[in-house]
Design a protein around this ligand. Structure first.
Ligand SMILES: [Zn+2]
Length: 462
């Protein structure tokens, strides 16, 4: 035995090395296929330029669903279908407007007093003012300051000037902190009698585009109109308010129509050994209406379809059933993600893993996993295999909004692609999130890394 032991260890090491070699060869094939023949960028062009913004309930949503189904078929899915769900149907209802009144202006080199137009966009799910609404502005930099000034709030428009924290290297951390002002800000101000809300856009871009996103009213408080303002205007307004009191007139038209029918778009490759074990990969098909939804989340959708296309093009026969899903209504309802998890549960499907791309089509850096420690140790061993392709930082914590319900209802391990995050919030939910903002190579590399991770989890389980 003593003499045999080194031999046993040697052959074990050899077999692991062989498997790793086989894996790196196949991942290289996936990469070559995607980087040479990807349809992701062309698909993104059609989705963004021919269909455009596609908020749940809109005519563009219906077109996008049909486009998605066709693209899944063109990628050679074994089967494709639409999974029906009721979606929220909010409409902007018109042009959002705001201007500051009686402020100092420079006009043709001469100083005068007048109205200055502000670049704003109504927050998603917000109620419209319908008529122009004029009120003095009360600036607060945080919820703490709102509480300190609560006696001054009544009858005013509260301006939350909470700044994206520039010291976080990972910009999603800044977003996590700032987005509470968009979500909860309007109701917290309404509690003290505010008549409207302006939030500083959740971004540290250098342009002046306002960034929308969903707000959430408390049922027990009055619902007041709420807009986001571009960063240059936010800085100008806060500086002006240091010198003088200022009133703003704003006008928005948002409202909810009754819930309507939407769909998750699903393509599937049937598993050859464990067809009853499911792996899901996806992004969300809906986007805000004020942009083309290219990074958010057209990129995740076309990457998802590209992984399907590459697997089929290489004749890959997965052991487990792989589902490719374009989720409905993520931005202002999460109805698609909830429906997918509910149906999985009702049918007793065993979902062993789900992956989402919803952080932009930028250069992949890593994956964030929400999995138990033993499973994380297993995937962590694959980092080296992804190193040549970029997404080799595997960290704990992460996933995606649409696959969250799978994780919550049946404990499915989930992960999210983590691309470089420096530019994402320059575009997120703003008018410049267009096709032109996406780079083909970066987009394709995201699909390469996702495909590699799906391949490894399919082969070895989790
Ligand atoms: Zn998104």
């Amino acid at each position: 035995m003593k003499k045999l032991l080194p031999l046993v260890i040697f052959s074990l090491v050899l077999s692991v090395a062989n498997a790793q070699n086989e894996d790196s060869v196949f991942i290289r094939k996936l990469s070559d296929e995607i980087l040479s023949n990807s349809k992701a960028y062309d698909n993104l062009r059609v989705l963004t330029k021919q269909i455009g913004g596609r908020l749940a309930g809109s005519p563009q949503m219906v077109k996008a669903e049909q486009w998605g189904l066709k693209a899944m078929k063109a990628a050679n899915a074994d089967s494709t279908w639409l999974q029906q769900c009721m979606v929220q149907h909010w409409v902007r209802g018109g042009q959002d407007k705001a201007y500051a009144r009686d402020v100092p202006l420079t006009y043709n080199g001469r100083k005068k007093t007048g109205a200055r137009v502000l670049d704003v966009v109504a927050l998603g799910n917000s109620v419209g003012s319908m008529k122009p609404l004029t009120a003095p502005i009360l600036l607060v930099n945080s919820f703490d300051e709102l509480e300190q000034k609560k006696d001054e709030v009544k009858g005013k428009i509260v301006f939350y000037n909470y700044k994206f924290n520039p010291t976080y290297v990972r910009t999603f951390q800044a977003y996590g902190e700032a987005s509470q002002y968009r979500g909860a800000g309007p109701s917290r101000a309404a509690k003290y009698g505010a008549v409207g809300v302006i939030v500083r856009s959740m971004s540290h871009s250098t342009d002046n585009h306002p960034h929308t996103g969903a707000t959430r009213y408390a049922d027990t408080l009055p619902k007041i109109p709420a807009v986001a303002i571009g960063l240059r205007d936010a800085d100008w307004l806060s500086e002006t308010l240091q010198k003088q009191t200022t009133s703003v007139t704003l006008q928005t038209h948002g409202k909810f129509l009754p819930d309507t029918i939407g769909h998750n778009v699903i393509g599937e490759i049937k598993g050859s050994e464990f067809p009853n074990e499911y792996i899901t990969v996806g992004g969300h098909l809906d986007s805000w209406d004020n942009c083309e939804g290219a990074h958010d989340d057209g990129a995740g959708c076309v990457q998802t379809i590209e992984i399907l296309r590459a697997f089929k093009a290489l004749g890959y026969k997965p052991k487990r059933t792989i589902r490719f899903v374009l989720f409905a209504n993520e931005e202002n309802g999460l109805r698609g993600g909830n429906k997918y998890a509910d149906e999985a549960k009702a049918k007793g499907e065993k979902h062993i893993f789900a992956l989402e791309s919803d952080a932009g089509g930028f250069t992949p850096r890593g994956f964030g996993f929400t999995v138990p420690a033993d499973k994380f140790a297993k995937v962590k061993a694959w980092e080296a295999l992804l190193k040549p392709y970029g997404a080799s930082e595997f960290s704990q914590g992460g996933g995606g909004a649409d696959i969250g319900p799978l994780n919550r209802t049946q404990g499915t391990p989930v992960a999210g692609l983590q691309p470089d995050s420096q530019r994402y919030f320059d575009y997120h939910h703003a008018r410049n999130d267009t096709f032109e903002a996406v780079n083909k190579r970066e987009l394709d590399l995201g699909a390469v890394n996702m495909a590699a991770l799906i391949y490894l989890i399919d082969k070895y389980g989790l």
